[in-house]
Design a protein around this ligand. Structure first.
Ligand SMILES: C[S@@+](CC[C@H](N)C(=O)[O-])C[C@H]1O[C@@H](n2cnc3c(N)ncnc32)[C@H](O)[C@@H]1O
Length: 270
């Protein structure tokens, strides 16, 4: 179980509430290799030590994510084309492996309604914190309004009449219901063989060592193929095998990644 702490005495109660909500252990003297820390600015993941990537937190307002929103190529970027946002910006996209929410934010900034789903309580807590902060930033609040978040395992997704709120959903639920059929489901599961190089990678590696590889994503693809109205898009390292060894309808290649697109519209009646 991961520990959560705060260096600010006036944030102790809030930190204890977060511990309760996400199932973390509260301590004011953490000595684990990783711990979460609530500051006056945000919730962050700390890995003390020499090779630490520095605090990891999610920030939709500035830094890399904001830069990508302004200069990332908009609707002509490959990722937007893979999802279909270049032709129709009013899609509902379910990002079933939300992680740090970076890709989801790109989809929402291009006009899509995005449902983010994440099963790791650490990522979920960081995401939830970032979404709350971003919702009151006037520059991006309209984008954040299009984003909703579900904490849970996407392999348990079923389509039902209503969406459950974060507080209601736990990983023990046998099914998680969503109220609307997503046009597109986007998957970017952790892939085991990432090598260390740039800082961004270091950040990713820190996450990966904590959250673990997503070795069950073959199963996730099967679930999503049954749910998506138009397509399932899977982001893979360029040389990685197809998820579930299932050949996609088409692939779009980038330098290091490719997007495998599984068209589902022909077989769906909803
Ligand atoms: C590589 S990260 C995704 C990064 C993300 N695309 C971004 O832009 O920040 C993969 C994430 O998917 C989550 N994940 C994997 N399988 C999942 C599942 N079945 N349900 C929910 N989340 C899942 C993992 O916990 C991890 O945080």
């Amino acid at each position: 179980m991961i520990t959560i702490t705060t260096p600010y005495s006036n944030l102790t109660e809030q930190t204890k509430e977060l511990a309760k909500r996400w199932g973390f252990h509260y301590s004011n003297t953490p000595d684990e290799p990783f711990f979460l820390q609530l500051t006056t600015e945000h919730l962050q993941l700390i890995q003390p030590g020499k090779n630490s990537p520095g605090p990891i937190y999610i920030d939709f307002s500035s830094g890399q994510v904001a830069h990508r929103r302004r200069f990332g190529g908009g609707k002509s970027q490959t990722m937007a084309k893979a999802v279909g946002l270049n032709k129709n910006s009013e899609l509902t996209v379910l990002d079933a492996t939300a992680g740090m929410g970076k890709d989801a934010f790109v989809f929402a900034s291009l006009g899509a309604k995005v449902i983010l789903m994440e099963r790791s309580p650490i990522s979920a807590a960081l995401l939830s914190d970032a979404l709350q902060r971003a919702a009151i930033d006037e520059a991006i609040s309209d984008i954040i309004e299009r984003m909703s978040f579900i904490y849970g395992d996407a392999r348990k997704l079923t389509l039902e009449k209503r969406i459950k709120e974060v507080e209601e959903v736990s990983l023990n639920h046998t099914s998680i219901q969503i109220k609307e059929v997503p046009d597109v489901i986007y998957l970017d599961p952790m892939f085991p063989h990432r090598k260390k190089s740039a800082l961004v990678k270091k950040e990713m590696l820190a996450f990966q060592s904590l959250i673990g590889d997503d070795n069950d994503s073959d199963e996730l693809l099967s679930t999503c193929l049954k749910l998506a109205k138009k397509r399932v898009v899977v982001k893979r390292p360029i040389k990685a095998p197809y998820l579930n060894n299932q050949k996609p309808s088409l692939s779009m290649n980038m330098k290091k990644h490719r997007f495998d697109i599984y068209v589902t519209s022909a077989t769906k009646t909803n």
